[in-house]
Design a binder for this molecule. Structure first.
Ligand code: BEZ
Length: 333
């Protein structure tokens, strides 16, 4: 069994056609058929059901396809990483989610560049920033599209190490004229009958079951029969306190959500570092609940850390110190 056979098999399975697979692998159709026949003979297993159009895999073929495809992706990751290890790029490619860009990221990058510039004989480092969701950062690290990512969701992946930088508290964003804007602190229950603007594109991987008892703003508990999983991040925070907001509106991103709050269309929760946005129209207020937080993670590969990433982490801690933000120093594996 060799790589050529495995690549040919995966191409046929993906495209369900010998001619399309021949084109994509650069083989002639007879050579492709021969390779696959040889693979099946070596294993003494029929992998492809050749009597159906489009082609289908046998049950054994489906099992083999799942495992081999994962193996080929892994091999690609290993090849990519090995190449990068021997010649790390001089630029640092950083992936980020929008909420960290509107928060501390610009300050951290400025500190990082300033420190690099001050280092003895150090050339200026080129930094490229890429707007990329937390989940996509995992794939982008493996392919080498980015060297490091800042995101807000926990991931389990054997290739990735994730450093928890801090838990950032959420604040409530309310239109300035809203009656609740008079209160110095907010409780989730008091927000429940406002329209809650949802803006996260990524949902939580683990599901929490919605509260079966809703606490209503007038203090009466109401039974609801819901076993729906709550994976939307803001609804999840409410659900953890046994609360289901009465009305929600889903928008495409954080900027749009704050635009709607500014226009008096509802309220939302944002990480505290965003509270300087649209302050002419929006009032930001703390929540009394200490556990209503959003984590900030640094993602990088386990086996290959770009040589500039430890300096970047130092800049993160430097900015935390300047701002009096509590954090625990973490080390790379
Ligand atoms: C933070 O808000 O903690 C943060 C933002 C960007 C990069 C790293 C950390």
């Amino acid at each position: 069994m060799d790589l050529k056979q495995l690549n040919a098999f995966v191409a046929v399975a993906d495209l369900q056609s010998f001619s399309a697979a021949a084109k994509i692998t650069g083989l002639s159709q007879p050579s492709l058929s021969r390779l696959l026949k040889q693979l099946e003979t070596d294993m003494n297993v029929a992998l492809i059901d050749r009597y159906h159009r489009p082609l289908q895999l046998t049950e054994a073929g489906l099992f083999f396809y799942d495992k081999v495809r994962a193996l080929l992706i892994e091999l690609d990751t290993i090849t990519n990483m090995t190449k990068r290890m021997s010649a790390p790029s001089s630029a640092l490619n950083i992936g980020f989610v929008p909420s960290v860009l509107y928060g501390l990221l610009p300050e951290i990058i400025a500190d990082f560049k300033h420190s690099a510039h001050q280092g003895a004989n150090e050339a200026d480092i080129e930094v490229n920033l890429k707007d990329i969701s937390s989940y996509q950062q995992i794939e982008a690290l493996k392919t080498g599209e980015i060297d490091v990512g800042f995101g807000r969701f926990a991931h389990q992946d054997p290739w990735i190490q994730q450093i928890l930088l801090r838990h950032e508290r959420y604040v409530v964003a309310l239109p300035k004229a809203h009656p609740l804007a008079q209160n110095e602190e907010q409780r989730l229950i008091d927000l429940a009958n406002n329209r809650l603007i949802l803006y996260h594109q990524t949902h939580l991987p683990v599901s929490t079951t919605a509260a079966t008892i809703i606490k209503t703003p007038n203090g009466m508990d109401k039974d609801i029969d819901s076993t729906e999983p709550v994976t939307e991040p803001l609804l999840h925070l409410f659900a953890q306190h046994g609360i289901t907001p009465l009305m929600t509106t889903k928008v495409s991103d954080l900027q749009v959500a704050l635009g709607l709050v500014a226009a008096g269309e509802g309220i939302t929760l944002v990480p505290a570092s965003l509270k300087s946005m649209r302050t002419e129209q929006i009032s930001y207020q703390p929540l009394i609940h200490e556990n209503v937080t959003s984590p900030v993670y640094l993602h990088t590969l386990k086996d290959f850390i770009h040589p500039k990433i430890p300096d970047l982490l130092r800049s993160v801690y430097q900015v935390y110190e300047q701002r009096g933000i509590t954090y625990r120093v973490q080390q790379f594996i």
